[in-house]
Write a protein that binds this ligand. Structure first.
Ligand SMILES: [Cu+2]
Length: 491
């Protein structure tokens, strides 16, 4: 990106607090890869000593040109949104230097990797911060293979210019030696909103489906008034609003692997590609046992979906959010076949296309868990002008050490969502197998983040095989900041 004369939107300037100084718009640091798996421990050093890093990330204020004359001020990695693609091989020992050119401590979390707590990038697990105007070196072995990502793991609370509200996110790809990779093009698509603000409206709520079983719905509705939710006026895929960036150029007959990431701080998204279907091949970077074609992909903050699209319908199409308001606010990208003319077409997705993880699973039996841990989630509505608070088993974070794993044991975590909101629940440093969703059994779907619908229930199995403190939380920044977290420790 070259420096040019940015014209900032008046209202965007008014609601933006940070980033008074412009970064130097130089060339991004060169990314290099160094071969060779070495020993297996993760280490974290305060300074970059002991040789060159494989990757360097610079945390600094930056401007994002979402469209001509639509420029937002945020904090990002190496002056790019998304940050640089960090691509590594499974088993590779990588060294990443993080330079923090801001006034506040930061944490870079490597989402979906099996890392020791001291390099996971999480304050609650004991990772040291990257100090303000300082640097820190992360070293770890990259595994498991698949679509991973990295993002800020800083608490934001009421400051909507910190943590995942900022542009601090990027793709991290761990390539497997055994990956068949049968595709002609690979594209990375991050879904985002910009200029978050507090509002009484919950933007991503879908109308209730009468067939939704809602097994955790209480008999008596909670009549207390909700507090403020996080809302946004601008949306993008990667750093561009729909129509403002280069189209995704394809050719008839191509198989395009789309690696979708929801890098939002607050919203679940549903996307479709007009005229095409997505063949879903992996969830959270892990291949699914039964790939299936779908019209609509639902993806929550923290989740990744890998899908192959057969380019078999020449034209100019829109890949975008199925909600008209979100697409019109920017969430989309044009997909253009060669030698086509005209306007990009949008066609509404079929009404029947409801997202259901279990269609990608099998009916294989599960080994009996050694222990079942029930986790009940409740909301304490904030009332007018307030913020909702969240309880796990009757308490907000921190708990008194009640969540304990023993190494090698198999746990069944049962998530009881006794709230009228849908939550993407994430566990660090481990992955789990989805066992049941709203009473529907499934097997073979490995994830690190799972959507538990409003008044819904999910059960996941996890083998405790990564000793150390392990954070569990809702991936919506506001929910996490206001109590929706728990820390597991190994006995
Ligand atoms: Cu939540």
């Amino acid at each position: 990106m070259r420096r040019r004369d940015f014209v900032r939107l008046g209202w965007a300037t008014m609601i933006t607090t940070g980033a008074a100084t412009l970064p130097a718009f130089g060339e991004p640091p060169e990314l290099r890869q160094v071969a060779g798996p070495r020993e297996h421990a993760g280490t974290l050093e305060p300074t970059a000593t002991g040789g060159a890093a494989d990757f360097t990330l610079q945390i600094a204020p930056m401007l994002v040109e979402l469209a001509p004359q639509v420029v937002v001020s945020t904090v990002g990695y190496s002056n790019r949104v998304p940050g640089p693609l960090l691509r590594m091989r499974e088993g590779q020992r990588v060294t990443i230097d993080v330079v923090n050119d801001t006034d506040v401590p930061e944490y870079v979390h490597w989402h979906g990797l099996f890392l020791p707590p001291e390099v996971d990038g999480v304050e609650e697990e004991g990772t040291p911060p990257v100090p303000p105007h300082g640097r820190r070196r992360y070293q770890y072995v990259a595994r498991p293979a698949g679509s991973r990502w990295y993002h800020s793991h800083t608490a934001a609370m009421m400051d909507l210019h910190r943590g995942t509200y900022t542009g601090q996110f990027g793709f991290l790809m761990i390539d497997s030696a055994s990956d068949p990779g049968r595709y002609d093009q690979e594209v990375f698509l991050a879904l985002r909103e910009w200029e978050y603000f507090l509002s009484t409206v919950d933007q991503d709520e879908t109308p209730p489906d009468p067939s939704d079983p809602m097994p955790e719905k209480p008999r008596k509705p909670d009549l207390r008034q909700d507090g403020l939710e996080v809302n946004a006026p601008l949306y993008s895929i990667n750093d561009k609003i729909l129509g403002a960036g280069d189209p995704l150029r394809v050719q008839p007959g191509q198989r395009v692997l789309m690696r979708l990431l929801n890098a939002s701080a607050a919203q679940i998204h549903r996307v479709a590609l007009a005229g095409h279907k997505f063949q879903v091949v992996a969830l959270d970077g892990n291949p699914v046992p039964a790939p299936q074609p779908v019209d609509v992909i639902e993806i929550a903050p923290g989740e990744r979906v890998d899908a192959i699209v057969e380019m078999n319908n020449p034209g100019i199409w829109i890949l975008g959010e199925i909600r008209d308001s979100a697409r019109q606010a920017g969430m989309g990208i044009v997909v253009e076949y060669g030698n086509q003319q005209g306007r990009a077409q949008w066609t509404p997705a079929p009404r029947s296309s409801r997202w259901d993880y279990t269609i990608f699973g099998t009916s294989a039996p599960h080994p009996a868990p050694d222990q079942t841990i029930d986790m009940v989630f409740e909301k304490v509505p904030g009332g007018p002008g307030g913020i909702n608070h969240w309880l796990v088993n009757g308490k907000g974070y921190p708990h008194d050490g009640e969540f304990v794993f023993r190494q090698g044991r198999r746990y069944r975590l049962v998530f009881h969502n006794r709230t009228d909101d849908t939550h993407p629940l994430h566990i660090h440093r481990h992955r789990f197998e989805l066992v049941e969703l709203n009473g529907k059994p499934t097997a073979g779907i490995m994830k690190d983040t799972v959507i538990v619908p409003a008044f819904g229930r999910a059960a996941v199995d996890l083998v405790a095989d990564h000793p150390g403190l392990t954070l569990f939380h809702c991936h919506m920044q506001q929910h996490m900041d206001y109590g929706f977290m728990a820390l597991f420790r190994y006995a």
